[in-house]
Design a protein around this ligand. Structure first.
Ligand code: CA
Length: 226
């Protein structure tokens, strides 16, 4: 577990980073808001311990920037002032918990462990294979960086193929998953949709990703390199 500590007070910072290392965490310590923001945005941290009063940028601004960049890393902020407004403000701005200084180290550890347990691995917002990427949030598809426009059904079809890439999906399964209907006999609609999808994502690119498995269905896979 990697922890970022943003704390300008030398004694507190050293104490935290040493304590967390001894508790088995990988702890990085930075001592001002600008470095803190940079590290939080670019590092792969499981949790940020963020002091509020910092040189450069204060903790509020660092927190706002972390959240507006879409980072959902848990943030525990440290406030020297036992003021209700501070705590409310921190939580409103997207902090997950706070501690009022001075605090017992055991209390910090307990709070951190709670946050880390809560830190459910969020579902990834994009699916990819080779150079094809499907962005679930923005509902965009690109291949080799080129934007590809899909209809809603084509998007749903590609999403299904991506989620189950490498598996042979029968036409009947695709029909029921994408069209939400049972096409007992007429799976022509699937063939047509696959053909249109291929024209958009495969025709102008290499390698081809959608493969027909005769008599069985379709599979999305990236051919292994020779
Ligand atoms: Ca401080």
């Amino acid at each position: 577990m990697k922890i970022l500590i943003v704390e300008d007070e030398h004694k507190t910072g050293d104490y935290l980073s040493q304590g967390l290392s001894e508790a088995g965490f990988v702890a990085d310590l930075v001592r001002d808001g600008i470095e803190g923001r940079h590290a939080a945005l670019n590092g792969d941290y499981d949790l940020v311990v963020l002091d509020v009063m910092l040189p450069g940028l204060d903790g509020w601004q660092v927190l706002r920037d972390i959240r507006s960049a879409g980072k959902d890393v848990p943030v525990l902020f440290l406030t020297a002032r036992d003021r209700v407004e501070d705590r409310v403000r921190g939580l409103e701005q997207g902090a997950d918990d706070y501690l009022v200084k001075p605090f017992a180290f055991s209390e910090l550890l307990a709070r951190m462990r709670t946050l880390l347990r809560r830190g459910k691995p969020r579902e990834s917002t994009s699916l990819r294979i080779a150079d094809l990427e499907l962005d679930l949030l923005r509902r965009r598809v690109t291949r080799s960086g080129r934007r590809i426009d899909l209809t809603a059904k084509e998007f749903a079809l590609l999403e299904l193929l991506l989620r189950r890439q490498g598996e042979i999906l029968p036409r009947s399964l695709i029909a029921s998953q994408v069209w939400d209907m049972n096409f007992d006999s007429d799976t022509n609609v699937v063939e047509v949709a696959i053909r249109r999808l291929r024209a958009k994502i495969d025709d102008d690119f290499e390698p081809k990703l959608v493969r027909t498995v005769r008599g069985m269905g379709y599979v999305l896979e990236a051919p292994e390199l020779p």
